[in-house]
Design a protein around this ligand. Structure first.
Ligand code: PRX
Length: 658
């Protein structure tokens, strides 16, 4: 057991909340699913694939694992993901069902039906073809969280062009790295979006990203949202609404191989270079729809479901776009932040649209707790019947508050563990079956084999902590890292040969529940957003005044973890800083620099200027000690330091405010 994993293990909570008999009786997920998956895992997944997905050509083999760890699921099958998300519902006669109740931050509303979506994706697919896009070409999407962003993703899927969505908060620099890595031929963006009460420009960021050097991008499609002034490159830039209007209104979806790439989504690993996680079509769609049905318990005829994640993250991909739309669900999609124009905005939306299922992140829940229960108590939340949590460990206190204050003390709460890499939910209570344990994601879903293992890869005893692994391939698993097969093998499959290592520490309690404690590598989780320490460090050292930087994650009551940076200044910057006494200004300058390099989600909460960093004799920075400083703890073992007096210097510098 690593020191770090033991360190971060959460306290065990004993309370248990079984589902009510009424909930269990009507629930989609039943014990029977576990039994069937236990008898024959592959037959179970084949059953789900045929139940949830419409195939143009049925598959011949469930899993081909002969080239492990590169899996092929539902081999020989052909399908179209966009057809599954849209056309099939129109064909089934439910085209007038609302797919999205869009809520813009300034208060504008739009109800978009499946039939409306059908019109939009057909025209958009033809517009992409008119711009020269073909199956296999890649498209970068950098858009506001609106139904048009969903239509853009689905139009790509419709023509077999893998999309790579980049969260609208990432900087030009971060966008460019992703565009280059994926080789995008087209960027779909918006003029801007509304966030934090004001229009926020997107298109200028795209212009900045494309300004330097040769690019693979030939065209830019721009959705009009804020109508702000933007620059325009003739021949390259096109308005989305004009392109759609000019395009042919009908488009026949083409059937693609089950393993055809659906999307690439970048996420942070342990190095400074983000990884392009590749997902393909048949297996991904199967597990996204299956879990959305049995974990979120969506009844598409009656539920109004709201996943608050932005489509820029994997949660938006699987649980706003591909899962719920394959089920034909009605959803809310919200553009903005939870405190605009007031701190009750989420609850106002729940009340107005009679949301029945809410899926959000622990950071948001802890923020609402801080704002006080009197805010949600001003709204009618009685429509809610199920609550979900994702992205970080949820502390039992926040879990209980969520259930009591938001769920009226009645609703099941599902704490769902998964990753960009896993594509869909892997560990969670099944709400009609599992007696929920606040703070624990509990058990793998039917058909998934996850374990907590020790250093040698042996399953730990109950009551012990270790590493979280997945021992069998699963349908929505990543198929690799875009352009880097070796990094895929090394990063996930080599720590325990042949077994998927998730990078998380976990604990198995006496009752067999899994408690995820968080990352045990150099990946941070800030408000449910993944960032690597190396990424932030390299942003900091790219600033002219910084000689060296070390970044650690310190626990934070609201954001789970907060970024804490220690920097050594270059000699000339030290002298300059002394002369003009610009401590606070310098820190602000460095924070803004990180925002410019990566995006504002990566701004360190705290930056401490130090004279030295603690290093081992081999020159490795001892982050463990820096975490002790950042969390105001007594220092751990310093005997492996090359120079033990460094820590005194750091502590003294921090005490004197330097
Ligand atoms: O550390 C785990 C944490 O988030 C990581 C995955 O981050 P990302 O790929 O950005 O995907 C987030 C949305 C699925 C995991 O390695 N994590 C995610 N869900 C949970 C969690 N930690 C504890 N409990 C969870 N429910």
């Amino acid at each position: 057991m690593s020191e770090q994993a033991a360190d971060t293990a959460v306290l065990v909570e004993e309370r248990s909340f079984p589902p009510s008999p009424e909930f269990a009786a009507a629930a989609n997920g039943t014990q029977d699913l576990f039994d069937r998956a236990g008898e024959d895992r592959l037959a179970f997944w084949a059953e789900q694939a045929r139940r949830y997905v419409k195939w143009d050509k049925d598959f011949e083999e469930v899993l081909d694992w002969s080239d492990a760890p590169f899996a092929k699921w539902f081999v020989g099958g052909k399908l179209n993901a966009c057809y599954n998300a849209v056309d099939r519902h129109v064909e089934a006669g439910i085209g007038d069902r609302v797919a999205f109740h869009f809520v813009g931050e300034p208060g504008d509303h739009e109800a978009v039906t499946y039939a409306d979506m059908h019109v939009r994706v057909q025209r958009a697919a033809n517009a992409l073809i008119d711009l020269g896009l073909r199956a296999g070409d890649t498209v970068a999407i950098y858009m506001p969280n609106t139904p048009d962003a969903v239509a853009a993703m689905l139009a790509c899927a419709r023509i077999g062009a893998p999309h790579s969505v980049v969260f609208g908060g990432f900087s030009a620099e971060a966008l460019r790295t992703r565009i280059d890595d994926v080789g995008a031929k087209l960027v779909i963006t918006g003029d801007g979006l509304y966030r934090k009460g004001a229009p926020y420009a997107l298109k200028p960021v795209v212009d900045e990203a494309l300004a330097s050097g040769e690019t693979t991008v030939e065209n830019v499609l721009v959705v009009q949202r804020t109508k702000q002034e933007i620059g325009w490159v003739e021949g390259r830039d096109h308005w989305w609404h004009e392109a759609l209007e000019a395009a042919d209104p009908t488009h026949e979806p083409e059937a693609f191989d089950s393993e055809h790439p659906l999307y690439i989504l970048y996420t942070s690993g342990t190095t400074g270079k983000p990884k392009g996680i590749l997902h393909t079509t048949g297996g991904y769609l199967t597990q996204a729809a299956f879990t959305n049905h049995v974990v979120h318990d969506i009844h598409p005829e009656t539920d109004v479901y709201w996943c608050t994640a932005d489509i820029g993250w994997v949660t938006g991909h699987s649980y706003t776009v591909y899962g719920p739309m394959t089920l034909g669900a009605t959803q809310v999609i919200y553009e903005g932040t939870p405190d605009q124009p007031h701190k009750g905005r989420f609850w106002e939306i729940v009340q107005e649209h009679k949301v029945t299922i809410l899926y959000t992140a622990p950071t948001a829940i802890r923020t609402f707790m801080k704002w006080g229960r009197d805010i949600p108590e001003q709204f009618d939340l009685s429509s809610l019947r199920l609550l979900g949590s994702v992205g970080e460990p949820i502390n039992p206190e926040a879990w209980i508050w969520y259930r009591d204050v938001i769920g009226g003390g009645q609703t099941p709460v599902v704490d769902t563990w998964w990753q960009t890499e896993t594509g869909a939910i892997m560990i969670t209570p099944i709400p009609g079956v599992t007696a929920a344990r606040p703070g624990s994601a509990q058990h793998p879903i039917p058909g998934v084999s996850a374990l907590v293992v020790d250093d040698e890869g042996r399953p730990v005893e109950r009551g012990s902590a270790g590493y979280l692994v997945v021992t069998e391939p699963w349908p929505s698993m990543l198929r690799g890292i875009w352009g880097d097969p070796q990094r895929f093998k090394d990063g996930y499959w080599s720590r325990f040969p042949g077994i998927y290592f998730a990078g998380d520490g976990a604990r198995l309690d006496e009752d067999g529940n899994i408690w995820i404690s968080g990352r045990i590598d150099d990946v941070m989780n800030v408000s449910g957003h993944r960032l690597s320490t190396a990424e932030v460090e390299s942003a900091l050292v790219s600033h002219a005044k910084v000689a060296e930087a070390a970044v650690v994650a310190a626990s934070d009551e609201v954001t789970g973890q907060a970024i804490c940076a220690f920097v050594i200044l270059r000699q000339d910057a030290v002298e300059e800083a002394d002369e003009v006494g610009e401590g606070a200004e310098l820190v602000a300058e460095l924070r803004n620099h990180v925002a410019h390099e990566i995006g504002s989600i990566a701004k360190p909460k705290k930056i401490m200027v130090v004279a030295e960093l603690p290093k081992t004799r081999s020159g490795k920075i001892m982050r463990r000690l820096l975490r002790d400083v950042a969390e105001h703890r007594e220092l751990g073992d310093v005997t492996t330091l090359a120079d033990a007096s460094v820590m005194n210097l750091i502590s003294a510098g921090i005490a004197s405010g330097k």
